[in-house]
Ligand binder design. Structure first.
Ligand code: ZN
Ligand code: ZN
Length: 309
């Protein structure tokens, strides 16, 4: 099959192969034929070596919409079903974080497109217990960005603890932000928008999606007393020194967002089933993944790039 591979960190180049073997699903795994795969900023960090690959030659891509082409009995999926594979691929289920409902913090967790081959390919495997059922009313391409940008934006919104009727500021208005803003407004936020320019009123909550640490004090200073800033990215450049009085006092909070639980994913996909989200998609052929990543890095489009085989 055709697939992209990240051979070495720091090479800043993906390799396209026409002859990668179709993967063989292990016990409890599904084989998916990829219908669409979103291009996430995390893929760029993996390709650029900001996040060194966990396995040389790994195929990136963790916003994967696929058709089940092999499924064992008892997995809950049947051949022909549409299913999603997202960033969180596996956890041990037994550590203290998993037992406490925080599997996103599992030290043994395994990720699609980082530890295991992802969706920049024609086929991939996914453990059935970590595959997602997908909402109706969306095309394959529209569903793909929901599987990371959407889920992470949703978790970031939870972590930002936006109160009902509150004002949400968003720093870095990309694929995740445009979905999180729609969720916030549908849930009754008074406002949810780009906060790069200092907002006219103090914010109740803010989410930093841009991987730019210099925005942390900017966003903290835009918060009202008791407000919360959630940093959504997996990678952030260094944060400049904070001034306690100016940036944190009055019980402002700074929080990170680390991956997501399967429950976050289910909650968000249920929400997307009940509220039709507008998803802006920029399609690229699978063979143009390198161009899609370059365009993402250059900020050449709004919304989300999606590869289709
Ligand atoms: Zn665990
Ligand atoms: Zn992602």
């Amino acid at each position: 099959m055709r697939a992209w591979h990240v051979d070495q960190p720091q090479l800043r180049q993906l390799r396209f192969s026409q002859h990668t073997p179709v993967p063989v699903p292990g016990p409890g795994e599904l084989l998916l034929r990829v219908l669409a795969c979103g291009v996430c900023r995390t893929d760029l960090h993996v390709a650029d070596g900001d996040l060194p690959v966990h396995r040389p030659g790994v195929t990136p891509g963790h916003e994967v919409v696929g058709e089940v082409v092999r499924a064992e009995a008892g997995t809950g999926f049947a051949v022909g079903d549409r299913a999603g594979a997202a960033w969180l691929r596996w956890t041990d289920g037994s550590c203290r974080y998993c037992r406490a409902g925080a599997e996103n913090l599992c030290p043994q967790s395994v990720y699609t497109g980082w530890d295991a081959d992802g969706g920049y390919a024609e086929y991939l495997t996914v453990p059935a217990a970590y595959a997602h059922r997908l909402p109706g009313g969306y095309s394959d391409a529209e569903l793909a960005p929901l599987l990371c940008a959407g889920i992470i934006g949703y978790r970031a919104l939870q972590r930002a603890e936006l109160p009902p009727g509150g004002r949400l500021g968003i720093y870095g208005f990309g694929g995740s932000a445009h979905l999180a803003a729609q969720v916030a407004l549908a849930r009754g936020a008074a406002s949810a928008g780009d906060a790069y320019d200092q907002p006219p009123e103090p914010l109740d909550a803010a989410i930093l999606f841009a991987p730019a640490g210099q925005l942390v004090p900017v966003a903290l200073q835009a918060l009202d007393r008791g407000g919360t800033l959630a940093v959504a990215g997996i990678h952030l450049s260094d944060i400049p020194p904070l001034n306690y009085q100016r940036d944190l006092f009055s019980e402002r909070q700074l929080r990170s967002v680390t991956a997501n639980t399967r429950q976050d994913a289910r909650d968000f996909l249920d929400f997307a089933d009940q509220h039709k989200l507008a998803v802006t998609v920029h399609p690229y052929p699978l063979a143009a993944a390198g161009q899609a990543l370059a365009d993402l890095k250059a900020g050449a489009f709004d919304g989300a790039a999606v590869l289709a085989p």
